[in-house]
Design a protein around this ligand. Structure first.
Ligand code: ATP
Ligand code: MG
Ligand code: MG
Ligand code: MG
Length: 580
């Protein structure tokens, strides 16, 4: 075998395994297509093997991230997957992180965690290796496996439990330095997502106690996104729904506030539905829960969604759930009144439990009631309450709206529009949140110890694979942007083993594309053209070239871009130039 043949990327030697049908558990298109194209294989809930086709895409994403991170002056290292609990105890997150943190023990009964993120470890490293102001600023990053025991792993790689993240951590002398480091990362992210060839939008995100413009999320725009994004059509203003600022009520709004609006309209049928729901046999206790935004103080009006849940005592295992009402401009007491709950049935529950249930609803809701009731118990019926029908369960808290389409933009420029997005990156000014707890300090010019100012910057590497597909697909399959496609060009020779002319042309074209740095694969499997074409359309390779005896008679090859409806005949000699 000649060296040239040996280096050929042949489909027959690569692993290609496409499926006609998607698995039953795949709800969204990207998950379906990833399984159908053989990119991933599920091993357990939220745990996947990255198969050869999928891994190529992941590597391309990682390479772009690496190039831009390095260009921005960040330095790569690799922190361990397994981290000692002691570090997490120092920052209090051992207690606070909740059930998403996977805790394990070694043979000596010592506690460890599998990292969901690496602030503790990097701060520990920094406090040990950084002594002087001369070593700052510095930005360390790694691309590493993460584990988060998500309550609802779903959508394939989009919300896995094990996934790959690029996480970076900057250390600065002061707040000004931190702001600069943050801006450098923000700009690098814009470059990274632009190079992916995806439509994306950076939005201001909630920054908890730190406040200001200290946090942004990067979202890939897609209908199926879990988050709602708010932006002004006429200015730069953009925020996720949680961080979106509602202007003081207009006269119109003020009027609406006076009488509580119930989104669902009353109906007897719905009332029966709810009663039936409550009457289902229960192996465990039943909970009825009103969910409320955490940032709404008692007595304040806001947007409420009331959810019935059935599960074990702590609602760790939610068996069934149903939204029974949605209220805008309502207060807690108005809702209680409206639901007709006997006084005392609704009452705030303990903080720990609140957080637990809040996690279920993706962080931003707090349970305001926790009472056992059921259709079996006297006076605990909900009979007579006017619920109308099932409302779709919001996929995310983003459906609890702060603002609505058409509201005035907070910067006074234009009106707001809403679109959905997938969170693929998050940049955050941490300040001294970690350096304080862990005493990460350096000596300044005067030899005085100062706390380091930190920032952290994540990109969901494997989530991007799903997000890219979610944004780019048609009824035939995936349509990869070239920069992250598993292969850029596929050569489809018709009769590679039968026709000398076809083989020779295909091999030569392969060679010239390869030499131009194009990532090309030769489909030498000997499949029928129909099978071959539909496989590559499904897989989503952006450029296809067909080499057949018929075309070669006229000295032509067939080119078809993945979005083209028809093939174009191109002279053999021009093809390499055409594709490059
Ligand atoms: P989400 O709101 O989707 O749960 P997050 O805000 O908890 O994400 P971060 O802590 O900001 O996530 O992590 C940085 C990035 O890691 C996210 O922007 C996202 O792209 C990715 N990511 C987070 N959780 C997952 C997951 N379960 N599966 C895949 N990627 C994830
Ligand atoms: Mg999360
Ligand atoms: Mg988030
Ligand atoms: Mg985030």
């Amino acid at each position: 075998m000649s060296r040239k043949e040996f280096t050929l990327m042949r489909a027959s030697q690569f692993f290609i395994s496409t499926l006609k049908e998607a698995p039953a558990d795949a709800e969204i298109i990207s998950h379906k297509l990833m399984v159908r194209t053989g990119m991933i294989r599920r091993l357990g809930s939220g745990i996947y093997a990255y198969m050869p086709m999928g891994l190529r895409v992941i590597h391309k994403i990682e390479n772009i991230i690496r190039e831009e991170m390095n260009r921005a002056g960040a330095v790569e290292l690799l922190m361990p997957l397994v981290q000692p609990a002691e570090l997490w105890q120092e920052t209090g997150r051992w207690q606070k992180y909740g059930p998403e943190l996977l805790r394990i023990k070694d043979r000596h009964d010592r506690d460890f965690i599998i990292q969901p993120t690496s602030e503790e470890v990097i701060t520990d490293i920094a406090r040990n290796v950084i002594k002087s102001y001369r070593q700052l600023p510095i930005n360390f990053y790694h691309i590493q496996t993460k584990f988060r025991d998500e309550r609802r792993p779903r959508f394939g790689l989009m919300r896995g439990r094990e996934f790959t993240m690029k996480d970076a951590y900057s250390f600065d002398r002061d707040v000004d330095g931190l702001k600069k480091s943050y801006q450098i990362m923000f700009d690098a992210y814009v470059k990274i997502f632009t190079r992916f060839g995806l439509k994306f939008r950076p939005v201001a995100a909630d920054n908890g106690a730190i406040g200001g413009s200290g946090s942004h999320e990067f979202h890939v725009i897609a209908e199926t996104g879990e988050d709602a994004l708010v932006y002004s059509r006429e200015s730069e203003y953009a925020a996720n729904m949680e961080a979106a600022i509602a202007l003081p009520p207009s006269a119109e709004r003020a009027a609406a506030t006076r009488s509580m609006q119930k989104v669902a309209t009353p109906g007897q049928k719905a009332c029966e539905d709810v009663t039936n729901f409550l009457n289902q046999p229960l192996s465990q206790s039943l909970k009825v829960i009103a969910a409320i935004r955490t940032d709404i103080a008692a007595g304040e009006k806001g947007h409420f969604v009331v959810i019935l849940m059935r599960g074990d005592h702590d609602l760790n295992e939610v068996k069934t759930q149903k939204i029974i009402g949605e209220f805008r401009f309502a207060s807690e007491s108005e809702i209680i009144h409206h639901l007709g709950c006997p006084a005392g049935y609704l009452g705030p529950i303990g903080l720990e439990k609140r957080e637990d249930i809040a996690l279920y609803a993706d962080h931003a809701v707090t349970v305001m009631s926790d009472f056992i009731c059921g259709a079996n118990e006297k006076d605990m019926h909900f009979t007579g309450v006017n619920w109308e029908r099932d409302l779709p369960l919001p996929e995310n808290i983003a459906d609890f709206r702060n603002v609505v389409e058409g509201d005035p933009s907070p910067d006074g420029k234009g009106t707001l529009a809403i679109q959905r997005g997938i969170e693929v990156g998050h940049v955050f000014q941490l300040g001294t949140r970690y350096s304080e707890d862990m005493n990460a300090s350096y000596l300044d010019e005067n030899g005085k110890p100062q706390l380091m100012q930190m920032g952290c910057y994540g990109i969901g590497v494997t989530r991007i694979v799903g997000a890219a597909i979610e944004q780019n697909n048609d009824d035939k399959g995936i349509i990869w942007p070239t920069s992250i496609a598993p292969f850029e060009v596929v050569l489809c020779p018709l009769g590679y083993d039968r026709s000398e002319a076809v083989k020779k042309t295909a091999d030569e074209l392969y060679e010239s594309l390869k030499q131009s740095g194009i990532d090309v694969i030769m489909d030498d499997r000997g499949e029928r053209p129909g099978v071959m074409f539909s496989d590559w359309e499904l897989i989503g390779v952006p450029h296809r070239i067909v080499i057949g005896d018929r075309g070669l008679k006229d000295g032509k090859l067939e080119y078809q871009g993945r979005r083209d409806t028809e093939a174009t005949a191109i002279p053999v000699g021009d093809m390499a130039q055409f594709v490059i």
